[in-house]
Write a protein that binds this ligand. Structure first.
Ligand SMILES: NC(=O)c1ccc[n+]([C@@H]2O[C@H](COP(=O)([O-])OP(=O)(O)OC[C@H]3O[C@@H](n4cnc5c(N)ncnc54)[C@H](OP(=O)(O)O)[C@@H]3O)[C@@H](O)[C@H]2O)c1
Length: 344
């Protein structure tokens, strides 16, 4: 039986969702893949860290955080190691980057991944910042160091997008991408359509958890821009950053605009697109009129949709329906399984 040692950077919603799947499937993986996956380190921003090269008790780790909001300072694996210290000195085979997104720089997540790969470690990122800002460099580093680097959950959680392209659509060239990738703006546009005032929609959205405390990254289209950049960098080798996306948010959309669209048999959606013109990939995020009844028009609430056009397989549409944290955790889990499968 082989052993694969993971280091988890960040143990919030995504980190714990992943840890729970890993724990639940541990025996099945041992049985079918002859691999024991253990976690040797977990770091957080302010809740302490855990380190044990022999393996950490994951159930105990998430219970402590969920009950006390902090790892037990008297626990035998407790330490104050920072993420970068763990990345540079810890014992592990795969770094799993699940720290918060910095949408304008992709840091410090990019440095975590870079330093780990420079040490010859495999890398998985749930954080889309590095894929939106530094994908080409990171990919080249992974190739140079002969390590595996995956990032499935960065766009549409565990829904297979990058896996689909890599594993199932071999030799298909992606020529165009369209999608509705930001769910907050879906929600806000739908609620505005019922006649509610913008401020009331935002406040209610915050209360029920559909809108972030600071909604500007979603409303102004930055989150969608980071997602479409990540997609285009990977699927179309775009080598662009979110700054190069032609971006318009939904902050100026009014009930009048929505009603006008309705009268033309259309709905307004924040559409992400990527096309190649004269060899250069162009990306945009814009409120767009889409035909009522079309696949794009029926995507609502927390669901998202991606259409990819390819040379050999035409246009494919992938919908993620009402995702929960389980699907976020699964995306990370599927990347780790890919690493196990490809171990020599
Ligand atoms: N949640 C989702 O549905 C989802 C879906 C796809 C992708 N993602 C991505 O996954 C990542 C994590 O998201 P999340 O929802 O789990 O966020 P979260 O619940 O806010 O958790 C973030 C975790 O990272 C820790 N952290 C902060 N700074 C750190 C640092 N420098 N080193 C190590 N840990 C650090 C936090 O610790 P403290 O609490 O102590 O600060 C916390 O444990 C983000 O990049 C996000 O974009 C999330």
């Amino acid at each position: 039986m082989k052993t694969l040692r993971l280091g988890l950077l960040g143990f919030g919603n995504a980190g714990r969702a992943f840890a729970k799947i890993l724990e639940e499937k541990k025996q099945e993986i041992q049985g079918s893949m002859e691999c024991d996956i253990i976690v040797t380190g977990i770091t957080t921003g302010s809740r302490g860290s855990l380190y044990n090269p022999e393996g950490i008790d994951l159930k105990k780790a998430w219970s402590e955080l969920e009950k006390a909001g902090h790892f037990d300072k008297d626990g035998k694996n407790y330490c104050e190691m920072t993420s970068l210290e763990f990345v540079e000195k810890g014992e592990y085979d795969v770094i799993v980057e699940m720290t918060p997104l910095d949408i304008f720089t992709g840091q410090p997540a990019t440095d975590h991944l870079r330093r780990a790969m420079e040490r010859g470690k495999h890398a998985v990122s749930a954080n889309k910042g590095p894929i939106a800002w530094h994908y080409k460099d990171l990919k080249e580093l992974a190739e140079k160091m002969k390590v595996q680097f995956y990032y499935e959950t960065t766009v549409m959680d565990g829904t297979p997008i990058f896996n689909l392209k890599d594993e199932t659509l071999k030799f298909c060239k992606v020529t165009e991408v369209n999608g509705i990738l930001n769910t907050t703006t879906n929600y806000v546009l739908e609620e505005l359509a019922t006649g509610k005032a913008y401020d009331d929609v935002i406040e209610e959205g915050k209360r029920i958890g559909f809108v972030e405390a600071d909604p500007s990254m979603d409303i102004e289209g930055w989150d969608a821009a980071a997602k479409v950049t990540a997609l285009l960098n990977v699927l179309m080798e775009a080598d662009i950053t979110p700054k190069e996306v032609d971006r318009t948010g939904i902050e100026n959309i009014t009930l009048k605009d929505i009603q006008k669209a309705e009268s033309q048999g259309k709905v307004i959606k924040l559409l992400c697109t990527g096309t190649r013109t004269d060899g250069k990939v162009k990306a945009s995020v814009k409120p767009t009129l889409v035909e009522k009844g079309s696949l794009l028009s029926v995507i609502s609430g927390t669901s998202s949709v991606l259409q990819i056009t390819t040379d050999l397989m035409g246009k494919l549409t992938i919908i993620e329906h009402d995702p929960e944290l389980l699907q976020t955790g699964y995306g990370v889990f599927s990347d780790v399984l890919r690493i196990v499968r490809n171990l020599v």
